[in-house]
Design a binder for this molecule. Structure first.
Ligand code: TMP
Length: 242
């Protein structure tokens, strides 16, 4: 059988068309990249694990009223999704200071933020996904003021739901990145994936700063046991029904 044509290949997933123009197939890869693909590697089993984790979280969010692109999971590493036009923004929500926020502001890693911080980054690899101001967002016409406000509200709602869910799993949701798409009717819906590739997740049972990391920071910073950490997240997530 010939491989179906590829619609788009990203760093962690491949997108295929289906017989239905309103539906796409996403295949999750084991490939891992960091620092805008300057660091490359493989996390064995990541494709299946991230597909399972994302599917579980999208179903839970749908059940709680958040519109997502998720349809079903026809294979362990494949997700069928609604075809949307991706908004070229990475919407990051932070509950605890970590990563680029600490690097760029000097805040101490682990500081609890007084309220969730929502940030918009330009999804553009050539430019290195820069942090945008609201005025730059408008200048580039990436979203209308109404859409920006809607994205912020949806991101905060997702944060509330995910924070409570991961809490039940004994995991602290430090921060995460979301992507949104626009459907044919112009509605914004949650797209892409939600997984240890796109979230910072800290194990509440561990206190040591490197021991507690259950996400892609293990790969980014060579902390070891990457597959085991992803497996732990998968097991805990699946143990908590949607
Ligand atoms: P940052 O602290 O590096 O800005 O990352 C914030 C969150 O966004 C963190 O949970 C990791 C996630 N993220 C992605 O999903 N993709 C990316 O390309 C980057 C830079 C971060």
């Amino acid at each position: 059988m010939t491989e179906p044509q590829i619609l788009y290949e990203g760093k962690a997933k491949i997108l295929y068309p289906t017989d239905d123009p309103n539906i796409l197939l996403t295949r999750f890869k084991d490939d891992a990249t960091a620092f805008n693909a300057q660091k490359r590697g493989t996390i064995v089993g990541k494709g299946e694990m991230n597909c399972a984790i994302s599917s579980h979280l999208f179903q839970m969010l749908e059940a709680k009223g958040v519109p997502t692109h998720w349809i079903d999971r026809p294979a362990t590493n494949e997700m069928r999704v609604r075809a949307v036009k991706i908004v070229p923004l990475e919407v990051v929500v932070r509950n605890i200071a970590a990563g680029s926020l600490c690097r760029e502001t000097g805040l101490a890693v682990g500081m609890e933020l007084p309220r969730p911080l929502v940030e918009f980054y330009y999804k553009n690899d050539e430019l290195g996904d820069p942090l945008l101001t609201i005025d730059r967002l408008r200048l580039l016409q990436l979203a209308t003021p109404e859409q920006i406000e809607q994205l912020r509200q949806m991101a905060l709602q997702v944060n509330q739901i995910l924070t409570a869910f991961f809490q039940e799993c004994g995991i602290t949701l430090v921060d995460f990145k979301l992507e949104f798409g626009m459907d044919a009717e112009g509605n914004l819906i949650l797209a892409d994936e939600i997984s240890p590739d796109t979230c910072r997740l800290w194990n509440q049972a561990a206190t040591d700063p490197s021991q507690r990391v259950m996400d892609k920071d293990r790969f980014r910073h060579d902390l070891g046991n990457v597959e085991e950490a992803y497996r732990q997240v998968l097991e805990r997530v699946l143990a908590h029904p949607v």
